[in-house]
Write a protein that binds this ligand. Sequence first.
Ligand code: UDP
Length: 231
Amino acid sequence: MVLYEGKAKKILRTDNENEFIVYYKDDATAFNGEKKAEISSKGILNNKISTKIFENLERQGIKTHYIKNISEREMLVKKVDILLLEVIVRNITAGSFCKRVGIEEGIVLDEPIFELCYKNDEYGDPLINEDHAVAMGLATRKEIEYIKNETLKINEVMKKFFLDMNLKLVDFKLEFGKDKDGNILLADEISPDTCRLWDKDTNEKLDKDRFRRDLGDLLAGYEEVLSRMSN
Ligand code: UDP
């Protein structure tokens, strides 16, 4: 039974009340849903890529919702209540950050930037600060501190993971959720839909910017990322 259907994924109920299935769809959207397309087999690639990333993070001691991969498009996960926060990390300038502060794309930042957005499609997921998040009851101060610490660890693990494949991790988005015991787990997906990944030598973009900015075949980029993971 479908519990929730989002832009790129569906969440399905299972017989176990503490477990959900994440089903990866082929839909691609950008600019808060204004640009749309169905890209055959994107869901399969994102499920495979996300699986490899979650498995690597788990091996490095990061607590995530991931349990196992169960089919081409499906991942079994722990049930969590998703916090209404999107966490963004930036290592290199790109995207909305460049537009907001008037800096050019591709500048390596002196230290990673940790950003919070309020998960609210109607308002385009606006940027907020930690005080806003606490005051709005999106998370407690302690939870935000924990999320920030985990996020910086996750960034280090992921940067190394991708660099070993000759990819630069430019920026990415994370979501966290709370399980039935109140533990905060890394949730959602981690894929080229949610990370900017550039080839280390040529800066070729292998992520969703190919779709956002019509930079070339989206699938070819995602397949390249997956094939480097498999080597
Ligand atoms: N991102 C995402 N979902 C969102 C917003 C951003 O996965 O709703 C990812 C995006 O793919 C990029 C990073 O978060 O890797 C930073 O995105 P940015 O704020 O630059 O926004 P964008 O340029 O994607 O609008």
